[in-house]
Design a protein around this ligand. Structure first.
Ligand SMILES: C[S@@+](CC[C@H](N)C(=O)[O-])C[C@H]1O[C@@H](n2cnc3c(N)ncnc32)[C@H](O)[C@@H]1O
Ligand SMILES: [Zn+2]
Length: 303
């Protein structure tokens, strides 16, 4: 490369933004739907809509009024502590194996919807060394972590209930792990042969803890509702991860504090409820992982 060529280079490489640069061409402006490109610390479209890239490296693609804020910092920290202890490793491994074997072998990305800190995306990308990942999240606390979780994972702030700032047909796989999803948008962003891998709790999941504080029961009709929402897809694989895990009191605290009941429970109340338990608490993890293939894949690059 000559000196002149080097000067023409639009931006110096920024290792922290390498994954965002790799996936930027697959993103779209949340205002007008045009493609986005990075311009230093912003992503912008040809019409001039611009979105800041946070210091941690995630791009905030939420336009207008923010309706969902996702998990707060306390919940995210609890989730991170719990996941780091490896209790959901068999879930991550199953997700990784399913993406590696069922997603088409093309240049599509893996989109982790409501991906939290990107914990499961790490396992998926490690098992698929040519793929890039994109964590789509509403929670700022989660995005800060997800942006740095893996060299091939980018993170964007977006509401998964709304239109996704992701171009049509660019995903080979969509992950939806214990989080909200809009099925029509999943279908739109998947390319031909693309798969959505959905992890949901089965009725026994963490059941022992539900008794402790009351009310983390799982709707027994959830599998039917899930199947109905994916009726335009073909289910091509299913795994069940059911195991017993032994939790110390801090871990019981973490698993409770990361879930929906945490919003209504202070740390003190949680600790008081946990004090009466045996030193080690046996808890059931029971998760279904289903893989659905889009029957009509979209053509990549079309809005
Ligand atoms: C139960 S956590 C699962 C996180 C991650 N998939 C995992 O398994 O570690 C649900 C996640 O959904 C996010 N979330 C909730 N509502 C959302 C929305 N409307 N748009 C995007 N993310 C949302 C929360 O911030 C949280 O990180
Ligand atoms: Zn625009």
């Amino acid at each position: 490369m000559t000196g002149d060529d080097a000067d023409m280079s639009p931006l110096p490489p920024n290792p922290r933004l390498a994954a965002l640069d790799a996936v930027a061409a697959r993103l779209r402006c949340p205002v007008c739907g045009e493609g986005l490109r990075r311009d230093d610390r912003r992503l912008s479209c040809a019409a001039g809509h611009a979105f800041d890239i946070a210091r941690q490296g995630y791009a905030n693609l939420i336009s207008g009024h923010r309706r969902h804020h996702g998990d707060d910092a306390r919940m995210v920290a609890a989730r991170e502590r719990f996941l780091a202890a490896g209790h959901y490793r068999p879930v991550s491994s199953a997700l990784a194996e399913l993406v590696a074997t069922q997603a088409p072998d093309d240049d599509g990305i893996v989109v982790d919807l409501a991906g939290g800190t990107g914990h499961h995306l790490v396992a998926v990308l490690d098992a698929s060394p040519r793929r890039y990942g994109l964590c789509v999240e509403a929670s700022t606390a989660a995005l800060r972590r997800a942006a740095r979780v893996h060299p091939r994972a980018a993170a964007i702030g977006a509401d998964v209930w709304g239109p996704l700032p992701v171009r049509t047909g660019v995903a080979s796989a969509v992950l939806s792990v214990f989080g909200p999803r809009g099925v029509a948008e999943v279908e739109r962003i998947l390319g031909p042969g693309g798969v959505v891998v959905v992890a949901t709790p089965l009725p026994g999941h963490l059941a022992e803890l539900g008794r402790l504080v009351g009310g983390i029961g799982i709707d027994p009709r959830k599998p039917e509702r899930l199947a109905a929402s994916f009726r335009r897809f073909e289910r091509i694989a299913r795994r069940e991860v059911t195991r017993s895990i032994a939790l110390a009191h801090e871990e019981v605290h973490a698993v409770m504090a990361m879930g929906p009941s945490a919003r209504h429970l202070s740390d003190d109340r949680l600790d008081r409820a946990i004090t009466g338990l045996p030193g080690v608490v046996d808890v059931t993890v029971s998760v279904e992982i289903a893989v659905h293939r889009a029957v009509t894949g979209q053509r990549a690059g079309v809005r």
